[in-house]
Design a protein around this ligand. Structure first.
Ligand SMILES: Cc1ncc(COP(=O)(O)O)c(C=O)c1O
Length: 395
């Protein structure tokens, strides 16, 4: 009996799925592993959000299937948040499509849009669901290098003509995972101009737009006048409101594209649990004051990590947003080897840059999503073990 379709050959289990099992085994053997690998916020959402969930769950009529697009007040809450945070006007019914986490929509959108022979422009390094979704849909990912010298922005003019001719989607993600780079509205305007010239859809992943430091502002792609004609933006409460396990995401923008995704999704899922939607509405429309305090906790961890790395002699920029510090290894060191030796010698788990693409070789990503004292402990362990790690890598 054949147990998988040919197209499954384009996928492997996600790195974090495999790493999770390895770490569970190390912990079962007594290792005190500090995980600074995945970007899963360690802090909970604010109490009113959890109270809204509990209140709604206590209501007997809230346990049935819901409308496939979710309750209208959820779409309205996203529209309200976009107006408040980015001054973007949205029609909640036609321009807001709730998702079961943004990853689901990022993957499925490509099944709804991409055909064999189409090119999909993806950042390298980048969040891997862009290229995985493109491949699964039968498309050809074209990897756009994100280089430090260019602020980790892709050079759209360097994309070959035969690629732009076949391009269906341009993926962007700012604040960026893994590099933590930011984009300006002017850059987004250039991306929309590119989309118009080449009849390409720009998909912007704004997962980290509300995790900013030092008063920085991360714009929405939809702030560009006329962007909705050529764009869809993905967003999520996972990082913005510490709700990664809740699976509350959204696709916002071009109504025809959202309709294609909705058609696919209505066959694949049946929306959220109603109490999750009620709590998501509270998250987006209730008091937002706690986010400032939450961001200052990440900022403290960021300072700890960047200063620690610099004292050890590594090159690391001070990020203005996102949950990550992206740092450079000395010339010739392999990201994967560094991360493996580090885990073995110190029980600190980081992410090799190569997980995000070829351009990630020579870099490592540190996630700021563990308690501050655990982050400090991880930096001490790294500093203490560095001579042994160097010796192993130089062998
Ligand atoms: C860039 C980026 N986009 C999307 C996601 C997925 O978020 P969600 O929890 O909404 O599926 C992540 C998660 O790490 C991410 O880093």
């Amino acid at each position: 009996m054949k147990t998988n379709a040919q197209r499954m050959e384009t996928l492997s289990a996600h790195y974090f799925a495999t790493l999770g099992s390895r770490i569970a085994a190390l912990r079962a053997d007594g290792s005190d592993v500090i995980r600074l690998d995945e970007g899963s916020p360690d802090l909970p959402p604010a109490p009113p959000i959890i109270e809204a969930l509990a209140r709604s769950a206590a209501s007997p009529q809230n346990h049935s299937y819901q409308l496939h697009k979710g309750i209208p007040i959820l779409q309205e809450a996203w529209a309200e948040m976009y107006q408040r945070e980015f001054k973007v006007d949205l029609n909640p019914e036609s321009e807001v499509l709730p998702l079961l986490g943004s990853k689901e929509g990022i993957f499925h959108l490509q099944l709804a849009l991409v055909e064999p022979g189409d090119c999909v422009l993806v950042p390298d390094p980048g969040y891997i669901t862009y290229s995985r979704g493109a491949l699964f849909a039968g498309g050809e990912p074209y990897f756009m290098p994100l280089l430090p010298g260019k602020g980790y922005l892709p050079d759209l003019s360097a994309i070959p003509e035969d690629v732009t001719r076949r391009a269906k989607i341009l993926w962007l993600n700012y604040p960026n995972n893994p590099t933590a780079a930011m984009a300006t509205v002017d850059f987004f305007a250039d991306a929309i101009a590119f989309a118009r010239a080449h009849e390409v859809l720009v998909c912007h992943d704004a997962a980290y737009a509300q995790v900013t430091f030092d008063g920085a502002y991360a714009p929405s792609l939809l702030e560009v006048p006329g962007a909705k004609e050529y764009a869809v933006e993905f967003n999520t409460l996972s990082k913005s409101h510490n709700m990664a396990g809740w699976r509350v995401g959204v696709a916002i923008g071009n109504p025809n594209v959202l309709n294609a995704l909705y058609k696919l999704k209505s066959n694949a899922d049946s929306s959220h649990f109603r109490p999750i939607m009620d709590a998501a509405v509270e998250a987006m429309t209730g008091d937002q004051g706690w986010l400032k305090e939450r961001n200052s906790i990440y900022q403290e961890r960021r300072d700890l990590v960047v200063m620690g790395l610099r004292q050890m002699g590594f090159q690391a920029d001070l990020p203005k947003a996102s949950l990550y510090v992206w740092f450079r290894l000395p010339e010739g060191w392999s990201s994967e080897e560094f991360v493996q030796v580090l885990l073995e010698k110190t029980s600190v788990s980081l992410t090799p840059g190569t997980l995000f693409g070829r351009q990630g070789e020579g870099y490592v990503r540190i996630s700021l999503t563990a308690a501050t004292e655990r982050v400090a402990m991880a930096m001490h362990r790294l500093a203490a073990a560095l001579p042994v790690i160097i010796e192993r890598i130089m062998e």
